[in-house]
Unconditional design. Structure first.
Length: 180
């Protein structure tokens, strides 16, 4: 695909194999993760429905599940588990080409460190206003909001709680429904 040490671009991703893995770029460095587990996909599907019921029903945005490319620079191409786009002009034939209003990453053993570390920092640097981390193992949802170039924890909930978002009035996430 590329010579060692060369930063990769979106064009390089276009020639990756269709092998079920997720290929992403952060500052031109390749991240490869295995296919998600069935439990991961259940949580994603259930949360997607909740977000669609809120954002799409109110005309506030469109929810996209993985795999959808989020192309924020030529060397920063992400495939978040879920995302919400508020402006239809940000959607192209290639993918999402401006920062979504919300990116959701569902942790798995192979992505936990990347999602909490390098990807979180880069999403903030590139202007993604809201970042959620869903941890099915600890049954926790953390909702972060961008402030002064970094994410600040806005609201969190765990176990069988009902998370009420403080920015989007009326947005409630029933955690029991996510984990069942």
């Amino acid at each position: 695909m590329a010579q060692p040490g060369r930063k990769l671009t979106y064009a390089d991703l276009q020639v990756t194999p269709d092998d079920g893995r997720r290929y992403e770029l952060v500052r031109g460095a390749l991240l490869v993760t295995p296919s998600p587990s069935p439990q991961h996909q259940r949580v994603s599907k259930r949360l997607s429905r909740m977000l669609e019921d809120y954002f799409e029903a109110r005309g506030l945005g469109e929810v996209f599940p993985a795999p959808t490319d989020v192309i924020l620079t030529d060397g920063d191409v992400f495939v978040p588990d879920l995302l919400v786009v508020g402006d239809p002009s940000h959607v192209s034939d290639r993918g999402i080409e401006e920062p979504p209003i919300l990116v959701v990453e569902i942790l798995s053993p192979s992505t936990r460190q990347q999602d909490r570390g390098i990807k979180s920092r880069r999403y903030a640097e590139l202007g993604v206003a809201h970042y959620w981390i869903v941890d099915p193992d600890s049954k926790r949802l953390d909702c972060f909001q961008l402030a002064d170039g970094a994410y600040q924890l806005l609201v969190a909930a765990e176990a069988d709680a009902c998370l009420v978002h403080s920015v989007w009035s009326g947005l409630t996430v029933d955690l029991v429904a996510l984990w069942r």
